[in-house]
Design a protein around this ligand. Structure first.
Ligand SMILES: NC(=O)c1ccc[n+]([C@@H]2O[C@H](COP(=O)([O-])OP(=O)(O)OC[C@H]3O[C@@H](n4cnc5c(N)ncnc54)[C@H](O)[C@@H]3O)[C@@H](O)[C@H]2O)c1
Length: 303
């Protein structure tokens, strides 16, 4: 009776494992790599390896799946779109096929707000048309379509969470907040290239974990896709002001430039997940940055 977590060595996967362990819930965690950590409980398996994915289900009593494993952002593997397709689309289908064969109760798919692409002005809700601007984003649109199709055709109960920009301990990909904190801890300043009017949608990893567990445990799901964002759209000047409050003395400058995911997305409507599942983000950005800084300081001290 275990919950399978793919991407179990990643940002969201690590936080999920920690929370589920605290709740006393049995977990089987898998990932392609352990990212250099000593992690005896992690099963190393590639989502692209049919036999390895079959073995996860054959060797464990998996009753639910949280699928975090992926090439996890449009900035990753940009020069290798075939890999993004193999891992994020074929890997997801492979996992779902095993899930339905083994009678899994629910499959939670980590989708992304990138499915919407560059929307421009206006509030984005789950009915906003999907216009992906990267192969990564297209792979998330495909993953969502697979969730729907496996439900319709094979009865696999799935839900897609369209997650905003996640920050927190164990983030490996580029992250302005991580840069600011690391530089601050090292006594250095940070220069952030940005358009001061561009809107960012950060969500703390603990809030994402809360949304995932809520979606996993909910009874009947009225919808099959939900936005999961921090609730507050912020410009980089807003974020810098908050970071300076959370990290007294931090030296941060902004110069003209643009984000590496320049989709224009002004505001997310998260009322559907609040209404149907009772989830709301809890972590204010200043507190999240302070906690992230504590965690990075501990990691640095341990090295
Ligand atoms: N981090 C974000 O800002 C963000 C935003 C929206 C959606 N998401 C999605 O949420 C999920 C979790 O994201 P994260 O931030 O924890 O990412 P992450 O990169 O920290 O973790 C993803 C994990 O997937 C693993 N992986 C990659 N290729 C694999 C393969 N072939 N086989 C098995 N495992 C493989 C990686 O080793 C990694 O540990 C992903 O699906 C990501 O696309 C993340």
């Amino acid at each position: 009776m275990s919950i399978l977590i793919t991407g179990g060595a990643g940002l969201v996967g690590m936080a999920l494992r920690q929370r589920l362990a605290q709740l006393g819930r049995p977990v089987v965690a898998t990932d392609a790599v352990s990212h250099g950590r000593d992690d005896p409980d992690l099963i190393i398996a590639q989502l692209t390896d049919q036999a390895a994915v079959e073995a996860l289900f054959a060797n464990h009593d998996i009753t639910a799946v949280i699928h975090c494993g992926a090439i996890s952002g449009p900035m990753l593997a940009r020069d290798n779109p075939g890999l993004v397709v193999d891992v994020n689309i074929a890997g997801t289908a492979r996992l779902m096929d095993q899930a339905r064969r083994h009678g899994v109760r629910r499959f939670v798919f980590c989708s992304s707000i990138s499915v919407y692409g560059s929307v421009g002005p206006g509030v984005i809700n789950e009915a906003t048309p999907l216009r992906p601007t990267s192969v990564y984003a297209a792979s998330k649109v495909s993953g969502e379509a697979l969730v729907d199709a496996f439900l319709t055709e094979h009865g696999l109960d799935g839900v897609s969470l369209r997650i905003a920009r996640v920050y927190g301990p164990h983030r490996r990909g580029n992250c302005v907040l991580a840069d600011v904190i690391r530089n601050h801890l090292a006594g250095n300043g940070t220069v952030i290239p940005c358009d001061p009017n561009f809107m960012y949608h950060y969500v703390h990893v603990d809030d994402v974990v809360g949304a995932i567990i809520t979606a996993l445990d909910a009874g009947r799901l009225p919808e099959r896709r939900y936005n999961v964002a921090g609730g507050e759209a912020l410009t980089m000047p807003d974020i810098v002001a908050t970071a300076q409050q959370a990290l007294p003395g931090a030296r941060i400058a902004m110069v003209a430039g643009q984000d590496d995911v320049p989709d224009i997305q002004r505001e997310f409507d998260i009322s559907a997940i609040a209404r149907d599942l009772g989830w709301m983000p809890q972590m204010p950005l200043a507190r999240g940055i302070a906690l992230y800084a504590e965690s990075l300081a501990q990691t640095t001290a341990a090295q």
